[in-house]
Design a protein around this ligand. Structure first.
Ligand code: NDP
Length: 243
């Protein structure tokens, strides 16, 4: 890495996003912590990064709100000459229910957070990345988007759509030294897993354990690194062999 760079992580106030943010900060990035609502959690992540000698800034906006995202991103681009060279689209929600009982609201909340969120956050940052002649985009999909999961028709559709967007954008940007990849975690120990039927889930995982947030962050850090310069349009499963 030659010049100091910034990395934006969406949904960075807890769980997988917070671990990715801590990891990228340890790798020397000034990290922009996006989140929607919980200031106290985001501030705790910021303090932890600073205590470890890193740099982090809060970037609160709702990724489903295109105008808010564009305003926030333009302000971030204008306020600092360092390029935003890394974008990790991690913000996501699940709202599980058997399909016949799924409401339009549940369908929209899940698909809009993942797919509109990807669009609203990534599109304004692509041309600046092209001008900087280097970039990394990592999308946090799910094993549910690769193999499907009952009760998650909305979530599987959103996460599979994100993989399609990853592969198409990778082709558009390949000549520009910008890579676009996805990670597909299996069940990971975060708030999202609260209330899930653990014995049933464990039985389906060849490694018979839930993954950790740092195991997902490790794969993202690798995809962002110079060592991964020739990898684009790929989906890396982090799932203990599931899928
Ligand atoms: P958490 O629920 O622990 O954290 C979600 C994060 O996303 C929070 O920071 C939350 O912030 C933020 N967020 C949610 N909606 C928005 C929004 N509209 N705008 C901005 N930020 C938002 O989730 P995980 O850490 O478990 O999941 C992270 C990603 O990993 C998700 O995309 C998820 O689908 C994916 N994943 C998770 C797996 C798991 O087992 N945990 C498995 C596979 C994939 P706030 O609270 O402020 O809204």
């Amino acid at each position: 890495m030659t010049a100091p760079r910034r990395a934006l992580v969406t949904g960075a106030s807890r769980g997988i996003g917070a671990a990715i943010a801590r990891g990228l900060a340890a790798d020397g990035y000034a990290v922009l912590l996006n989140y929607r609502s919980r200031d106290d959690e985001a501030e705790a992540v910021q303090r932890a990064i600073e205590a470890a000698g890193g740099e982090a800034h809060l970037a609160r906006f709702d990724v489903t709100d295109g105008d808010a995202a564009e305003r926030a991103l333009n302000a971030l681009l204008a306020s600092d000459p360092r390029p935003i060279a890394v974008v990790v689209n991690n913000a996501g929600v699940a709202d599980d229910v058997p399909f016949p009982a799924m409401t339009a609201r549940q369908w929209e909340r899940v698909t809009r957070t993942t797919l509109d969120g990807f669009f609203h956050v990534t599109r304004p940052l692509v041309m600046p990345m092209v001008r900087a002649r280097w970039g990394r985009i990592v999308n946090v999909s799910s094993v549910s988007g690769v193999i499907g999961n009952r009760g998650q028709v909305n979530y599987s559709a959103a996460k599979a759509g994100l993989i399609g967007a990853t592969k198409a954008l990778a082709q558009e940007l390949a000549k520009r030294k910008i890579t676009v990849n996805a990670v597909a975690p299996g069940p990971i120990d975060t708030e999202m897993l609260e209330g899930a039927p653990l014995p049933h889930i464990l039985a389906a995982i060849p490694m018979r354990r839930i993954g950790t947030v740092d195991e997902v962050a490790g794969a993202v850090r690798f995809l962002v690194s110079d060592a991964a310069a020739y990898i684009t349009g790929q989906v890396i499963g982090i799932s203990g062999g599931l899928g």
